[in-house]
Design a protein around this ligand. Sequence first.
Ligand code: ZN
Ligand code: ZN
Length: 265
Amino acid sequence: MSDARHFDVPNYEEIRDTALRLLPANFRNPLIGQGLACEVCSAPIDGLMTRCDPCLRQRNNWTGQLADIVIPLSYAGSKNPQARQDLWLYKNSDHPEVSRLALNRLSYLIWYALVHHGPCLEAILGPVEVVTSVPSGKAGKRPDGHPLEQLTFYPTQPTRVHLVRTRDAVERVVHPDSIEVAGSLAVNGKHVLVIDDTWTTGASTQAAAVALRRAGAARVSVVVIGRWLNTSWGPTEQFLHARPADELWSPEVCPVTRGTCPTPS
Ligand SMILES: [Zn+2]
Ligand SMILES: [Zn+2]
């Protein structure tokens, strides 16, 4: 493990040790590669493709405007029910203690990924200058009241801006006009990191990326906590079936490359 490259943050060793105790059983590393998983979102793909259908369609419709990189941190599927449950519970549970524990696990996942592999992202796209998160799908909700705000973090503490949903999101449709960048001056010419909790087709996440580019962002990176898998779809079922049932999340896998960490530039 490339310990030398991580960001220096307070209580580093203590948090790392807890993360390494907590994460392996609860999450699953996303894969990448031709005929294996989508190069954008890590969804299982069929045959010799490099992208899944939604990512292909989005590229055709929004060439040059989508996120420069998408970094999924875990699959959320039937073989990793904890990630799936946590992503639901942290926002929706009626029991504060249950939401708190779910939020806690997700926080360690994002902390570990960004403290250890933020430098990997920056080796490819330069320093992260602004951080934000994808707003809830419903218009009119206060952006700073959304639970995802608690997971919106980057170790170097860059400028934070809010994305505001002005109209309800439409499922599976990339609709950047429904998102307003509050603080567009702050994103102009900058490398913006967008944090999202769940990716299903990526439509709302990519809409945020397009809205940020229209507001002048020079580069847009996306970190997604869970790549939600539709386990009733044939190739996904086969893909999950082919992976060992006892497979655990490994800190050795770089979420930026979904392989080894890139060499520092
Ligand atoms: Zn994809
Ligand atoms: Zn890395």
